[in-house]
Design a protein around this ligand. Structure first.
Ligand code: GTP
Length: 141
């Protein structure tokens, strides 16, 4: 999410969202420090907790201009339990990182879907077992 996205547009982005990538610029401490505000803002717009979120530090090719250390970013990522990636949209050597970001999001999203499917598939059986046990308990008493 870029800092230029007005707050008014955010609710529209948050409708039916499947994944969120929070991107900051590693050469801008201000962009990093604005992240918690954007993360909270997304939560306020009822983005379900199961929607995978990921933190991405961009512009890693600008080594001399770095203002956000990996350690600092990792601490923030850990505090929200988000995976952290550092990459560069400009440096072709970092291409694999961009691929990894989307693979991680896709697999997390699929895991979420599978657990929902599992829940609805097994729920009637679990209920039947619970009910059966209850019935047995009543009969024995
Ligand atoms: N060196 C470098 N420049 C980048 C990278 N990603 C984007 N840029 C440059 O940063 C500028 C802004 O990129 P945009 O894609 O417009 O991104 P934005 O979200 O508007 O970002 P900011 O202007 O940085 O707030 C452009 O000149 C891009 O070419 C990167 O990984 N490395």
């Amino acid at each position: 999410i870029s800092s230029v996205v007005p707050y008014l547009i955010l609710p529209i982005f948050c409708l039916n969202v499947h994944a969120i990538i929070f991107v900051y610029d590693v050469t801008s401490l201000a962009s990093f420090e604005s992240l918690p505000e954007w993360i909270e803002e997304c939560s306020r717009h009822s983005v379900p907790p199961m929607v995978p979120r990921i933190l991405v530090g961009n512009k890693c090719d600008l080594r001399g201009a770095r203002e956000v250390s990996t350690l600092l970013a990792q601490r923030l990522a850990d505090s929200y339990n988000f995976p952290l990636f550092e990459t560069s949209a400009r440096d072709p050597a970092e291409k694999e990182h961009v691929d990894a970001i989307f693979l991680t999001l896709t697999s997390t999203h699929l895991k979420g879907l599978i657990s929902i499917i599992n829940f609805f598939y097994w729920q009637p059986f679990l209920q039947a077992i619970a009910f059966g046990k209850q019935g047995l308990y009543c009969t024995l008493n």
